[in-house]
Design a protein around this ligand. Structure first.
Ligand code: ZN
Length: 365
C-alpha cells in the first residue's frame, strides 16, 4: 500500500487514480485554481432561472441529511433567490444531534422526511453487512432513490447534490450528460456495491413491495418530468471547513463522533456510520479520518508529517461508541449479537494490508 505523496490517501482506495504518486483528489484540487468560477456561477444562475417557473411551488430539491453540506447548499440556493424543497431520507439510526439538525434546517426551507419501514430497514442493514460488508447499504441507496421519487411525484425536475465525492472537477455537465451520468454514477459509485435493491427480494422474507422504498422511479417517468441532478460543488467553490462554519452559524450542532474521526462536523446523523467507516478501513486500509485529514492537508491546515502521526494513533480505531451510541446497541438494532460482529468484519478485511488486530483494530503492515 502506497500513500499519495501530497496527502495521505492510499492507492488501495477504489476508483482513485494515481499519477506519479499523486492521487486524483490532489490533482483535482491543484487544478481548482484554473476553474473559471465566475462562468460557472453564471451557468448556475442560468440553470436556476430556467427552472423558476411561475406557479411552481419549489424551484429545486436539495437531498439533505441536515448536515453541514446540506445546510450550506440550502442557504446558498436561498441566497441565489431559489426556493428549495429539502428532501431528507431518514438515516438508518438517526442520532439526537441528527434530529436537531434536520429540525434546524427546516427553519430555512420546507422539508419532507421519508422514513422507510424500520423493520425492513433493519433487515437490510444486516443483509448489507453480511453480504457486502456495508451496514449502511440501504441508506446509500435511499439517498439517491428517495429524492428522485419526490422529484417525479411533485414534478420538481432540478436536484442539487453537494460535492461529487469522486472529486471530479471536470466541466459542468449539461442536462443530458447529467441525466445519463446520474444513472451510471449511482450504480457505480453511489454505494450499491454491485448489490441491487431487487437482489434483496426473497432474503429474510423481504418482498418486492417491501423494496419499493429503495427502487428508483421508472426511467420513463424521470424522462417525462425531465429530472436532472447536478452537483452544486461543480458551480461554486466547495470547502468542507467553510461549509461547516456557515452551517454552525446557522444553528447546526456537532460533536466529535468517535476517535477514528478527524473532523467534528461530519457524519453526525447516523449511529451506524462508525461501523460503516470501520469496514471501509478494513477493506481498503483507510478510514474516515484519513479522508478528512487528507482534505485538510490539501487545504494547508495540517502538514503531511503531522497527519501521518495522527493516522498511526487513530485511523481505523474500532468505534466502540459512535455519536454516543454503543456498538452493541447498533448490533442489537439490526438483530445480531455483538459477538457475531467480529467474524463478519474479519470476512471483509483485506488481510494483505494488515498484520494483526489490537482491540478490534487491524494494524497496517
Ligand atoms: Zn493526494
Amino acid at each position: 500500500m502506497n500513500r499519495c505523496k501530497i496527502c495521505v490517501m492510499p492507492d488501495t482506495r477504489p476508483d482513485t487514480e494515481f499519477v506519479d504518486g499523486v492521487c486524483s483528489a490532489c490533482i483535482a484540487y491543484q487544478s481548482r485554481g484554473h476553474v473559471d468560477w465566475y462562468t460557472r456561477g453564471v451557468e448556475l444562475e442560468r440553470l436556476l432561472s430556467k427552472h423558476r417557473i411561475a406557479g411552481r411551488e419549489f424551484d429545486c430539491i436539495v437531498p439533505s441529511s441536515g448536515g453541514k453540506d446540506s445546510t450550506y447548499q440550502v442557504l446558498t440556493l436561498i441566497e441565489l433567490g431559489a426556493k428549495p424543497l429539502v428532501v431528507t431520507a431518514t438515516t438508518c439510526m438517526l442520532t439526537d444531534i441528527g434530529r436537531k439538525n434536520i429540525d434546524n434546517l427546516s427553519r430555512y426551507a420546507t422539508t419532507i422526511e421519508v422514513s422507510p419501514n424500520k423493520t425492513t430497514r433493519a433487515k437490510l442493514n444486516r443483509l448489507g453487512l453480511q453480504m457486502v460488508g456495508d451496514i449502511s447499504w440501504p441508506e446509500h441507496v435511499a439517498i439517491f432513490t428517495t429524492p428522485f421519487k419526490i422529484a417525479v411525484q411533485m414534478g420538481i425536475p432540478l436536484l442539487f447534490y453537494g460535492e461529487n465525492p469522486q472529486n471530479q472537477y471536470g466541466g459542468p455537465l449539461d442536462s443530458q450528460d447529467s441525466k445519463t451520468m446520474t444513472r451510471r454514477w449511482v450504480s457505480e459509485f453511489g454505494g450499491f456495491l454491485g448489490l441491487r435493491p431487487a437482489d434483496m427480494v426473497g432474503q429474510d422474507d423481504i418482498t418486492a413491495r417491501d423494496m419499493q422504498d429503495y427502487m428508483p422511479p421508472d426511467p420513463q417517468e424521470i424522462e417525462r418530468v425531465g429530472v436532472e441532478a447536478h452537483f452544486l460543488g461543480q458551480y461554486i467553490p466547495w470547502d468542507s471547513n467553510v461549509n461547516a462554519h456557515v452551517a454552525k452559524k446557522a444553528g447546526m450542532q456537532s460533536v466529535m463522533p468517535c476517535k477514528a474521526n478527524w473532523w467534528s462536523e461530519e457524519n453526525q446523523d447516523n449511529a451506524m456510520t462508525g461501523i460503516h467507516d470501520h469496514m471501509m478501513y478494513r477493506k481498503y486500509g483507510y478510514g474516515r479520518g484519513c479522508a478528512q485529514i487528507s482534505a485538510d492537508i490539501r487545504a494547508g491546515a495540517i502538514s503531511r508529517e503531522n497527519a501521518l502521526v495522527w493516522l498511526r494513533d487513530h485511523d481505523g480505531l474500532f468505534p466502540w461508541e459512535y455519536m454516543g451510541v454503543k456498538h452493541f446497541d447498533v448490533c442489537k438494532s439490526i438483530g445480531i449479537y455483538a459477538n457475531e460482529l467480529p467474524p463478519i468484519m474479519d470476512q471483509f478485511t483485506n488481510w494483505d494490508l494488515f498484520g494483526g488486530v489490537e482491540d478490534m483494530r487491524p494494524i497496517l503492515k
